[in-house]
Design a protein around this ligand. Sequence first.
Ligand code: HEM
Length: 393
Amino acid sequence: MPSYALDGGTSLLARLRTLRDRHPVHQDPATGAWSVLRYEDVAAAGSDWSTFSAELWRAYPEEWGKGDAWSQGRLTEMDPPRHRLLRTLIGKAFTARTVAALAPGIERTVTGLLDAVADRDEIDLARDLADPLPVTVIADLIGLPSQDHALFRGWADGLLSFEAGDLQGEDLVKAIDAAGAELIAYLREHYRRRRAHPRDDLFSRLATAEVEGRTLTEDEVVNLGKLLLVGGHVTTACSLGSLVQSLLEHPTALAEVRADPALVPAAVEEAARHRPAVLTSLRLTTRETTLSGVTIPARQFVSLSLLSANHDERRFTDPDRFDIHRTPNQHLGFGQGIHYCLGAPLARLEIATALTGLLRRFTSMERTDAPLRYYRNPSIAGLKEFPVAVRRA
Ligand code: HEM
């Protein structure tokens, strides 16, 4: 959705507003998928996994190579009971307590990344901070060498290089699998090392973890690792970039956050609502169902628009305004229901720590004249390059 990014969102947001009023649930003639735009409908569908299944692969013909074996460990593409078992297991790595214990390491990483640009009066907020931070944190957590950052970056680019309309159906499904193949091979090699020589990290723990009396298969662990690495990387990077972008566009809010660091979590939350990194969640209907009076048949792809839901005036007052004092702010930027983002507490902590680090380090931050570069992917929105002029005390 390039226009969302390029013009700060106004034309796309205006279009979504009109669609929410007139066609809140409609079928996209190009893809055949149904778009769901109102908050209430997106939240209801996200909470009803038995009608809106995450097992999208069930819609693909067998010869595409999808199926039970393929879906092993792919938490986002599982329904209960399989989803519940795996989520409970992996959830232990992401409890509030576990995440809080990562805080000192995250702070050290932020400090190190900002030290590396200490002699510059212009930084690339995306390349120098937002991108490497989450990769370093997740690589550490999983047990991968964080100096392989450039490799992760390349794989993420490959996975996100598909633009809306580029490819469809089987071609798209196969191209995405091919883009992830090298990453899978890399993770497999590291998982085998950790299994043979365990350390204190997630891969080592998953090697011996049990679900219903059995240990996880190698494919399950490797696919889970990929999900964490990919799911926690560009999403967090985009959210941090969007937060800083919004604050630079709203100097009063920036001054307030600078004066009162207690406002940082609310600013993080408002950016996740206002410019969500993940634009849509995709589901497959298991039976005929009705949303906003529109009947959707069984076995249809349904695209739940988190961006539109977060800007629904039925739910949020003056929704297109970036307002760090918005309360309540129950946005859908991290999803809804059983697939609610497992990494949300970690992402919030990383983004808040990074913003606090930036505010401490720089007395002023300003956009330069250089053009911003955005991800060009239909479901992820955010800045890939973000030059910012900085001044220190
Ligand atoms: C600001 C950053 C992030 C955003 C905006 C975000 C957004 C989301 C969204 C919208 C979903 C739901 C997808 C769906 O229902 O189809 C999700 C799921 C998930 N996220 Fe995140 N995420 C972020 C960071 C992270 C991090 C840091 C991790 C872990 C390291 C992570 C791991 C996951 C996992 C494992 C799921 C699947 C949960 C399940 O299926 O039960 N995310 N995320």
